[in-house]
Design a protein around this ligand. Structure first.
Ligand code: GLP
Length: 232
């Protein structure tokens, strides 16, 4: 089975599924390192987790990506998003997000990738961009990519800038886990809600790797669950 598809009625039901999955992994003592994602898709997911009884005090987290130049104090940074939606409400053993304000970005990417490989991801949570990107692995990103500085495409800048507050300009670069970094996780869970995500999920269902739709690399993983409210 290439990718397991779970069809749900709504994003809230999808969040419920993810919660159940995480609960089971915690109960079986199989969840020590959890990869996290940002974006509007994750808001109901983190809401469900924070309202739950789940204990994450023994779980270390790694986020997928962060904008270059945005400190955790910027409401537009992914660090801020994570604090607001999850980390301020639940206690974790340790949380990691690439530092987009690092003086030497290449060094920061190397450091982050090493920490990731040392820790070993049990589960990586993923969303997907409208152009099929996972994390900030834009179309054409190679399969062997590790954590790197990514140039964002006009399409992604257009979609993501809608959420930018306080007239802050969206950075056109970001630090992101690469495809190989993501694929190193034992289990991948991707959430996709709404018609705008249909083309990306359709590409996966077609079953062929297409580097212009980086989501299709997931076909090579072997333990992928896609939770979606789309019907196919
Ligand atoms: C950003 C993130 C991705 C995320 C995507 C979708 O580009 N880097 O990791 O999957 O947004 O965001 P949304 O959930 O808001 O549709």
């Amino acid at each position: 089975e290439k990718c397991k598809l779970i069809q749900v009625e709504s994003p809230e039901k999808g969040a419920e599924k993810f919660y159940q999955l995480i609960k089971e992994e915690l109960e079986h003592n199989r969840l020590h390192v959890l990869g996290l994602a940002t974006g509007s898709t994750m808001i109901p997911v983190y809401k469900k987790l924070t309202e739950s009884e789940l204990d994450f005090s023994d779980v270390t987290t790694f986020n997928l990506d962060e904008y270059v130049g945005l400190p955790a104090s910027s409401p537009n940074s992914y660090a801020y998003f994570m604090n607001e939606h999850l980390f301020n409400k639940k206690t974790f053993k340790e949380t990691n997000i690439p530092d987009g304000t690092a003086e030497n970005l290449e060094e920061e990417c190397k450091r982050y990738e090493q920490a990731l490989q040392d820790a070993k991801l049990d589960i990586q949570l993923l969303g997907v961009g409208e152009n099929g990107h996972i994390a900030f692995n834009e179309p054409g990103t190679p399969k062997d990519s590790v954590t790197h500085v990514a140039q964002l495409t006009d399409s992604t800048l257009g979609v993501n800038s809608q959420y930018f507050e306080n007239d802050e300009k969206i950075p056109n670069t970001a630090l992101t886990m690469g495809i190989a970094s993501i694929m190193s996780a034992k289990k991948l869970v991707l959430l996709a809600f709404g018609e705008k995500k249909r083309p990306a999920i359709e590409k996966v269902l077609e079953g062929k790797i297409d580097p212009d739709w980086t989501i299709t690399y997931l076909l090579e993983h072997g333990n992928v669950t896609i939770i979606t409210d789309l019907e196919f």
